[in-house]
Design a protein around this ligand. Structure first.
Ligand SMILES: CC(C)(COP(=O)(O)OP(=O)(O)OC[C@H]1O[C@@H](n2cnc3c(N)ncnc32)[C@H](O)[C@@H]1OP(=O)(O)O)[C@@H](O)C(=O)NCCC(=O)NCCS
Length: 154
């Protein structure tokens, strides 16, 4: 397992500033800060994760919540792993934990969307078992296509 020395916990309000400090860098210089407003950390604590190293530095995070509209679905809004820790199974382990948690709450699917340009995200999600759909044009507004991704938990 990639992460035995790491600490896994639920987000706390102070984690927002730590995520803001790294998120653009972790996304390869894209401007991502507006995508993770603090409300996600304040209101979706019980379905999200923070991963830290023994020094307390942020190693990974995931923001997810149970859909209030579809009792089968846990929606994953964001997952990010420190570039220095990629490729050793941490992203897969995060999803293993999230899938197990969601199953225990009676959810039957994980759902997420990503940008068509984020082909690494699509490849990662495919590798961990998601079905990656066709891009939906204008999904998030004019010119903002998104690719739907679904993991069956049954
Ligand atoms: C996508 C991301 C979360 C993957 O995290 P990770 O810890 O490196 O992933 P893992 O090591 O657990 O890899 C799991 C599987 O995905 C594959 N994978 C991971 N990153 C990949 C990439 N960039 N391209 C192709 N496949 C990839 C791995 O090969 C592995 O497959 P395998 O087990 O069949 O060999 C990480 O690269 C990241 O934070 N990227 C920037 C943020 C982002 O785009 N997040 C997703 C959209 S919200």
């Amino acid at each position: 397992m990639a992460s035995q020395e790491l600490r896994w916990r639920r987000p706390e309000p102070g984690d927002h500033a730590r995520i803001m400090a790294v998120i653009d860098d972790w996304w390869g210089g894209r401007s991502m800060r507006a995508m993770v407003p603090r409300l996600f950390l304040d209101h979706f604590r019980g379905t999200s994760y923070i991963v830290e190293d023994p020094a307390g530095d942020l190693v990974a995070f995931l923001v997810a919540f149970d859909s209030p509209e579809d009792d089968d679905v846990t929606y994953v809004h964001f997952i990010g792993v420190d570039p220095a820790r990629r490729g050793i199974g941490l992203g897969r382990e995060i999803y293993d934990r999230v899938a197990s948690d969601a199953r225990h709450r009676g959810r039957r699917r994980l759902a997420a969307v990503t940008s068509p340009v984020n082909t690494a995200s699509q490849a990662f999600h495919r590798s961990v078992g998601f079905e990656v759909g066709e891009a939906i044009e204008d999904y998030d507004g004019p010119g903002e296509a998104r690719v739907p991704m679904t993991l069956n938990l049954d």
